[in-house]
Structure formats: C-alpha cells, structure tokens
Design a protein around this ligand. Structure first.
Ligand SMILES: *[C@@H]1O[C@H](CO)[C@@H](O)[C@H](O)[C@H]1NC(C)=O
Ligand SMILES: *[C@@H]1O[C@H](CO)[C@@H](O)[C@H](O)[C@H]1NC(C)=O
Ligand SMILES: *[C@@H]1O[C@H](CO)[C@@H](O)[C@H](O)[C@H]1NC(C)=O
Ligand SMILES: *[C@@H]1O[C@H](CO)[C@@H](O)[C@H](O)[C@H]1NC(C)=O
Ligand SMILES: *[C@@H]1O[C@H](CO)[C@@H](O)[C@H](O)[C@H]1NC(C)=O
Length: 425
C-alpha cells in the first residue's frame, strides 16, 4: 500500500526526489512555456489541516507585552483554529488559477549552477487598447515571505493601463516565483544564488520572446534585479520599492561628529534599530537555514507565526485577514521552507554585492509611521545620494506611509507610481 501510494505520489507530484516531494503537480522537463494549473495534493492539504488542529501553543509569562518577542499566543490559537476549521485551500487555489494565466518552463543553468531550473510564472499580456504604443515587458521579482501572489492586486491594473490617458504605459507582466518559493521547485543542488536566479529569469524573458524588458523588484528580488541590470544587456530599466543602502566609513564618521544631514541621521538610526531589534530572523535564515526549516517544515502554525511576525513588523499597520496570512504561509510551506529560507545565506554574503550600473532606476520609498515599532518609521527612506552610489537613479518618489508591502497594502498608489516612472522611460 505504501509503495503504491509513493508511486502515485511521484506521478502526481512530479517530485525531484522521494525524500522531498513538492506536494503539487509539476510537469517534468517542459523546455518551453506550458500552461499550468496549481493543484496541490489533497492528502497533503488534509495532513496540514490535521497539524493545524493539533497545534501545541507555547507557554508565555502572563505579563509579557504583546508583540515584544513574537506573534501573540492568543491570536495564534485562533489562527490555528481558523486554519483547521474554516480556511479552504481549494477555494484559494481556484481563485489563484482563475485570476491569472500560469505557466511552467525549464531554463538551463549557468557555470555556477549547471542544472536545469524549473520555473512557475504568471504571464499576463497587456490588454488590447486603442492606444497603438507598444506595451512594456515587465519582469516582477518578489521577496520573502512572498511569491508572485504579492502582485495579485496590481497585475491587471498594469496590463490595462488607463482608458482615458494615452501616456499611461501598459505592461506585459511576467511574474515568476523565485526557485523554492510558491510553485517554482527549489534548487536540487547548492549554488542557485541571487545572481544565478537573475540569469535564469533573463533566459525566461528571452524564451518568451522579449529581447529587451524592464524589471520591478522588491526585497530579495531587488538583489536579483540589481544583478540582472549588471549582467544582462536586455534590461532597459529597473523600478523597485526596496532599497538597502549601507553607511560607509565616511558616513559613520560624519554621524559620530554630528555632521550627517537630518535625513541621513534618521535613516541611520532606523537602520541601527532594525539591526539591533528586528533582524534576528535574517541571522537565523542566513546562518541556520536547515535548522529553522527542520522545525518550520514540520509545523505549519509555527511557520505562520514566524511569517506573521515579519509582515506585522514591516507592513505599516496593514490589517491582514486570517486567510491572507495563511495563504502567504501556505505558499512557502507547501514544498517546504528550506528552498526559500536558504536564499538569505546568499543575501548575507555575495548576493547583495552588485556593481553600479547605468540602467535607469526608479525608486519608490514608503515610510512605516503606522507600524507597531516607532523606531522603524524611517526604515526604507535611504537618502537619494546614497541610492545613487549603486544605481543611475532617474526617479525617486517618497511616501510618508505604506510599509514594506505597498503592492498589497496601497495598490492604487503603487500602480500610479510605477506607471509614472515607466511613462518617463
Ligand atoms: C485575485 O485577484 C484579485 C484582484 O483582481 C485580488 O484582489 C485577489 O487577492 C486575488 N486572489 C488571490 C488568491 O490571489
Ligand atoms: C476605441 O475605439 C472604438 C472604435 O474603434 C470605440 O468604440 C471606443 O470607444 C474606443 N475606446 C476608447 C477608450 O477610446
Ligand atoms: C497620465 O498618465 C501619466 C503616466 O502615468 C501621468 O504621469 C499623468 O499624470 C496622467 N495624466 C492625467 C491627466 O491623469
Ligand atoms: C547636532 O546638530 C544639530 C543641528 O545640526 C543640533 O541641533 C544638535 O544639538 C547637535 N547635537 C549634538 C549632540 O551636538
Ligand atoms: C542614466 O539613465 C539615463 C536614461 O536612460 C541616461 O540618459 C543617462 O545617461 C544615464 N546616466 C548615467 C550616468 O549612466
């Protein structure tokens, strides 16, 4: 019986190895873009529900302030109950499938990662318009804890443009899941870092027939986009809602002498607060990706608590629904968390050490005034001249609100910014 189930599981799941089944159907070796429907193994969904039902809460002292050390235990109990009794993955899956056109393909790796790279991606072409100008091919790169679903609210507005404004650009959107995230299988070998992922996505865009294209990126995907701007002559512009600018020795010396500008001072202070009080997850991911994944892959609710802590910290008070939180966790949990968490190892070393390029770059900045931690209010507001150290910044727009996931929390604002930047390109 178990041999039979295993054989069926391999057929259904197209897994790369019996030890790490993907838990969703994925066609083997599609060398060209092939229509795809997300279909997660029903037995796996059932076992996840059972794990949520048997969730074991943690002890906490009675007077521990809420959110001082992690997600609130009472709320976690309720999330676990909701996951077991009400959350319906089948409905969510149907909505994801009907919302967008999904595809899979395989691209070939490069020197550092000489293995096939299977990818899942959303591809939505610009809708027909009386405006005869060409639509812009736009590769959209998400971060952690996200997948291509971070763009769910903005993809159709980007493809549509604006009926009564011919200067509003329209886009052919290509939104892949990074390998190990969502429905792109994790790398089978070590070495598929941020830069190599960029090479894979460049191959994807060429496979789709886009000789040149633009990028929108965020978070870890920003690193992928920065490398692509350096490595591929096909990238004609790069927009992002994330920027990490490190203080130089000179910045630090000026700070110590009280000679930094007010803008530099608040940015440096918020970065220090981030590093000191809210960056533990980064250190764990970067140095102990396996250890944390052994725990998280065995506990859906534990993983949800880890994900919620991060999105709560950085989303400027956006009120995630229970279903949104669980779907975010599910999308990284289904194939197991190792493949997505391990990317931080590269982000902490070579992955974010890219060269400066001349590619025109648009930066959207969103402050965090409504988030739970006042010391993070100005995190993300890198001074313009600091951003210019690593890019040809031709557009920078700053909002006094919005947080780290603006495509989720303020989609209209985000779309207008993206349209305005690309209208200038
Ligand atoms: C489906 O698309 C709508 C926008 O058209 C979005 O708000 C919603 O979140 C999407 N659903 C999923 C499950 O991604
Ligand atoms: C587009 O053109 C058609 C006729 O060719 C017209 O009926 C329609 O109103 C136009 N749409 C817009 C948005 O201008
Ligand atoms: C038309 O669209 C462009 C690009 O998004 C924008 O900058 C401009 O303000 C819009 N014009 C009007 C009248 O809304
Ligand atoms: C630092 O400089 C600002 C003005 O640039 C001033 O208001 C502040 O008092 C100075 N702080 C110290 C400790 O010298
Ligand atoms: C930055 O990009 C703009 C727009 O493409 C271009 O005109 C300019 O020469 C670039 N600047 C540098 C320093 O590469």
């Amino acid at each position: 019986m178990s041999i039979l189930r295993c054989a069926i599981g391999l057929l259904l799941c197209g897994s790369t190895s019996a030890v790490n089944p993907l838990n969703f159907a994925f066609p083997e070796n599609t060398a060209e873009p092939t229509p795809f429907q997300i279909s997660v193994d029903a037995e796996f969904i059932q076992s996840t529900i059972e794990k949520a039902r048997s969730y074991r809460p943690s002890f906490t002292p009675q007077n521990l302030p809420e959110w001082e050390e992690g997600a609130p235990p009472e709320a976690m109990n309720e999330l676990a109950r909701y996951w077991a009794d009400e959350y319906d993955w089948a409905d969510v899956q149907e909505e994801i499938n009907s919302n967008f056109s999904h595809f899979t393909t395989t691209v070939t790796g490069s020197d550092k990662y000489p293995h096939p790279i299977p990818l899942h991606f959303i591809h939505e072409r610009a809708s027909q318009s009386n405006d005869t100008s060409e639509a812009i091919p736009l590769l959209m790169l998400h971060g952690w804890p996200s997948t291509s679903l971070e763009w769910a609210k903005v993809i159709h507005p980007l493809t549509r443009g604006h009926v009564s404004n011919a200067s509003t650009p329209r886009f052919h959107v290509v939104a892949p899941d990074l390998p190990g995230y969502g429905f792109s299988p994790a790398a089978t070998h070590m070495g598929l870092g941020i830069r190599e992922m960029g090479r894979a996505f460049d191959a994807l865009m060429h496979q789709l027939g886009y000789e040149t294209y633009c990028i929108f990126s965020t978070d870890i995907g920003w690193g992928v986009g920065m490398w692509m701007a350096a490595d591929s002559t096909s990238v004609t512009a790069h927009a992002t809602d994330f920027w990490q600018a490190r203080a130089t020795a000179d910045d630090q010396a000026r700070f110590d002498r009280n000679e930094t500008t007010a803008e530099e001072t608040v940015y440096m202070r918020s970065t220090v607060a981030l590093m000191n009080h809210h960056f533990g997850y980064f250190g764990v991911h970067a140095t102990r990706p396996l250890s944390i994944s052994l725990a998280m892959t065995d506990s859906p609710v534990g993983f949800l608590a880890w994900v919620w802590d991060l999105v709560y910290t950085f989303s400027d008070g956006y009120a995630y629904s229970k279903a949104e939180l669980i779907t975010t966790a599910m999308s990284l949990y289904i194939q197991g968390t190792y493949g997505n968490i391990v990317l931080y190892k590269d982000a902490a070393t070579e992955g974010f050490n890219f060269p400066k390029t001349s590619v025109p770059t648009g930066i959207l900045q969103f402050a965090h005034p409504n988030g739970p931690y006042a010391e993070l209010k100005d995190y993300g507001l890198a001074p313009r001249d600091w951003t210019e150290r690593t890019a040809n910044v031709t557009f920078l727009r700053r909002h006094p609100f919005g947080g780290h996931f603006p495509a989720v929390s303020y989609p209209e604002v985000w779309v207008a910014d993206v349209q305005d930047f690309f209208a200038q390109i």
